[in-house]
Design a protein around this ligand. Structure first.
Ligand code: FES
Length: 572
């Protein structure tokens, strides 16, 4: 058996080994030279600004008990927490920072395996990116979803219902009393958003990839099974260390193919494609948006959960969650995959198709979940969640109204002089990865007030931004290259005629090449306002959406760079 990684710290018979063992003893984790007791890092992303991750506290304790019962030493390693609601300009600015923190903690500390605790949108992908690079045995644990609140006699889903009621409010149909009541209803409990937003999508994909125990990603945050599964994860990570089963064995091309099918079948968050591409990129796997388009064409939407469907995530959980969905998708899935669990993919379920998890022959909608469009506006592609769009707008020609940034959009969107009609195409640029705000979720541009008041609920909207996984509408997102990088989106002007053909995979501006060249000659690259610190590092190194917005220096350049470098263990 391979020696434990931690033995480089603890088995030495010199002053360095003694110092390391003394430090562990002082911290309450006595280790003995030569003892084969694996050290497991419990990497918890909890803080008081992130209610989505607070349920993880009790799961860390449960996992600790599991590790100790299996003969390991559990050491808590808190890492930063990325809370979606309060962190500005967007938690996405810090996803790569968390990924680096987790990876470097693993590199620098004497851990043989890790349990990763995340829940809110960016925490799970960041931890999986780190695990893919560090390649020590790892299990992901998530904290479950919050229970839905009630408003006007109906359950409200986090995000999705807020966007809908915000539209009502803008249209003058929701008074102050109702607005305050909605706030109370949405402050319902702790845990991840209870619709098919980014957090639940990423948990589902982590389980599909094989990085979570089967059946653990879609449970209510107060469900006692979460603690049982966390204890099991603690026991299991000790086994994985003994077997030396590592993320490289799990995060394979086949596993990502399955994840894309599941993403399409869930009608999951558009953000998930960015995160999946980043995780895959850490193992040298290129996950182009076109692969999601192929998966979407193969797999109809089977999960009837908001924002595409009518239920909340609790109904999906009660119907069997991921194992039940995998059973329905079995004819399409690749079986040559492994998981941190003991059972084979989808083998743990005995359920039938239901109202919430449909069969391949009875999907939720005939429209595929996603389409990828290319054209002279988006040479490297753009993504649209077709199943959450208005079918009548998926093939549309309209005149552009261009906003040069988020502030510009907020300042002018309700201006009666804007000249917007229901058929206009709203364009928001300078919100992509390179624009200085970390690639925020600004892509669901609000419908101008006078149109909302007239009953317009959706318009074609184009941007280089992302949008929340809980959002809906005919929004073409992640246009690449982004405007700040000099992509053609930067050259569009108000009045240009835009063609969208989602089914045909096309987004096009009726602007000829000569015009584009003239405009390009006049374009100047915006200067980053970030002169120092993390935002500057982000601006200088972030890749485009199709490459997962990882940093160029974190993606392995070749097979040799896939091998992780251990630190020199000597005097500090
Ligand atoms: Fe944290 Fe939705 S805001 S999961």
């Amino acid at each position: 058996m391979r020696p434990l990684r931690s033995s480089a710290w603890f088995s030495r018979d010199d002053e360095v080994g003694l110092e390391h063992r003394a430090a562990m003893r002082s911290a309450g984790h006595p280790v003995e030279a030569g003892a084969a007791r694996p050290v497991i890092g419990l990497m918890s992303s909890i803080n008081g600004f992130n209610p989505c991750n607070l349920p993880l506290r009790r799961l860390v304790d449960a996992a600790r008990a599991g590790v100790e019962a299996a003969g390991g030493t559990a050491v808590e390693l808190p890492v930063m927490s990325l809370g979606e609601d309060l962190m500005k300009p967007t938690a996405m600015l810090y996803r790569n920072l968390l990924a680096m923190e987790v990876e470097e903690y693993i590199r620098s500390q004497p851990v043989d395996g890790v349990v990763l605790f995340g829940n809110c949108d960016k925490t799970v992908p960041a931890q999986l990116m780190a695990a893919a690079s560090a390649d020590v045995p790892a299990i992901q644990v998530t904290g479950g979803f919050r229970s839905p609140g009630r408003f006007r006699g109906a359950e409200v889903g986090a995000g999705t219902d807020l966007w809908a009621y915000w539209s009502e409010r803008r249209a003058g149909q929701l008074d102050d009393e109702g607005w305050n009541g909605l706030e109370v209803a949405l402050s319902c409990s702790q845990g991840a958003c209870n619709v098919m937003g980014t957090a639940m999508t990423m948990g589902i994909l982590a389980e599909t990839l094989g990085m979570m125990l089967p059946g653990s990603s879609v449970l209510p945050s107060d469900d006692p099974r979460l603690a049982e599964l966390a204890t099991l994860a603690g026991r299991r990570i000790v086994d994985l260390v003994a077997q030396q089963q590592r993320p490289r064995d799990i995060l394979t091309e086949a596993a990502f193919d399955n994840a894309l099918l599941v993403l399409a079948a869930c009608g999951g968050s558009t953000n998930a494609l960015v995160h999946l591409s980043a995780i895959a990129g850490r193992r040298g796997i290129r996950l182009s948006p076109d692969r999601l388009a192929v998966a979407s064409a193969q797999t109809p939407v089977l999960v009837d959960v908001a924002p595409i469907g009518s239920s909340h995530i609790a109904a999906f959980s009660a119907a069997g969650g991921v194992p039940a969905l995998l059973r329905e998708l079995a004819p399409l899935l690749r079986r040559d995959v492994v998981s941190v669990g003991e059972a084979a993919l989808g083998a743990t379920v005995d359920s039938a198709a239901s109202q919430v998890i449909r069969s391949l022959h009875d999907p939720v909608t005939d429209v595929p979940a996603f389409a990828v469009v290319h054209g002279n506006i988006a040479p490297d592609g753009a993504l649209i969640k077709t199943a959450a769009a208005s079918p009548a707008l998926l093939n549309h020609v309209g005149t552009a109204i261009v906003f040069d940034g988020y502030e510009d959009m907020l300042a002018r969107i309700d201006d009666p002089e804007l000249g917007a009609t229901a058929g206009s195409v709203l364009i928001l640029r300078n919100c992509g990865p390179r624009a200085g705000d970390g690639f925020p979720e600004w892509g669901m541009i609000p419908v101008p007030k006078h149109l909302a008041e007239a009953g317009v609920t959706d318009m074609v909207r184009l941007s280089d931004a992302r949008m929340s996984g809980t959002s809906f509408g005919t929004c073409v997102l992640h246009i690449a290259p982004d405007a700040a990088s000099g992509g053609p989106l930067a050259l569009l002007r108000t009045g240009d005629v835009i063609e969208l053909d989602a089914a045909g995979g096309r987004i096009h501006a009726r602007v000829d090449a000569v015009q584009f060249d003239r405009r390009r000659a006049l374009w100047t690259k915006p200067t980053s306002r970030h002169r120092r610190g993390w935002p500057r590092l982000f601006d200088e190194h972030v890749l485009q959406a199709p490459e997962g917005c990882d940093f160029d220096f974190l993606v392995p350049e070749d097979d040799a760079a896939l091998e992780w470098q251990e630190p020199t263990v000597g005097r500090s």
